[in-house]
Design a protein around this ligand. Structure first.
Ligand code: SAM
Length: 197
């Protein structure tokens, strides 16, 4: 597990890595461990709010022999504030907590501010992948992503990343016959608008 206090040391590694990816809300680490093991040349950083789940992530990374994967215990909104701009090739968000009640929506991870931060963290050509089974969350995310001129949004269901099946929730939902919604947002190489926010 990577201590939050040492986040500053992650920045130079991110710049040196041939490829760098971030997973937000890694849960028990199913995706984090499998994806890190399958992409040994990628630095894969997971963030998870709950300590016990981080420990499980760390154990799964060790069991998979994935030395290129790390998990940071903390709130993703804080962690992304520490990462240098234009260093990520991919951001993975699989089945974020939906906060379905209207009064709780402000707790959702994907809000205007986080979408802007994540867009700035992506290298040109880098992609944010979101998969959720909550239509309302999906709609909110798509609108926020479409509002950014520096992102090219694709909602083709065929783009459902195979990665989502590596997570804990993906196969469970598939078994229950629930539909999954996915959106991919690619950071454009050059922006002809103002995306300062
Ligand atoms: C529904 S689970 C999905 C876990 C995993 N992505 C999967 O598909 O199996 C959402 C996870 O996100 C974590 N989480 C929620 N808010 C977070 C935040 N702000 N920062 C980091 N992790 C968060 C939760 O603790 C939980 O483990």
């Amino acid at each position: 597990m990577w201590p939050q206090a040492d986040l500053a040391q992650l920045a130079p590694l991110l710049k040196l890595a041939p490829r760098a990816e971030l997973e937000i809300g890694s849960g028990n680490g199913n995706f984090l461990a499998a994806h890190s093991a399958a992409h040994p040349h990628s630095l894969v950083i997971g963030t998870e709010l709950k300590l016990e789940r981080c420990r499980k992530c760390a154990r799964k990374l060790a069991a998979a022999g994935a030395g290129n994967g790390v998990v940071i215990h903390g709130r993703a909104e804080q962690v992304i504030g520490w990462l240098p701009p234009e260093t990520l090739d991919a951001v993975h968000i699989y089945f974020p907590d939906p906060w379905p009640k209207r009064r709780h929506r402000k707790r959702r991870l994907l809000r205007g501010g986080t979408v802007a931060q994540l867009a700035h963290l992506l290298r040109p050509g880098g992609c944010l992948h979101l998969v959720t089974d909550f239509f309302d969350y999906y709609l909110q995310a798509v609108v926020l992503l479409l509002l950014r001129p520096d992102l090219e949004v694709d909602r083709d269901p065929a783009l459902l990343p195979a990665a989502a099946n590596l997570s804990r929730y993906g196969p469970r939902l598939a078994e229950l016959g629930k539909s999954m919604l996915c959106v991919t947002a690619r950071r454009r190489a050059a922006v002809h608008g103002n995306a300062e926010n």
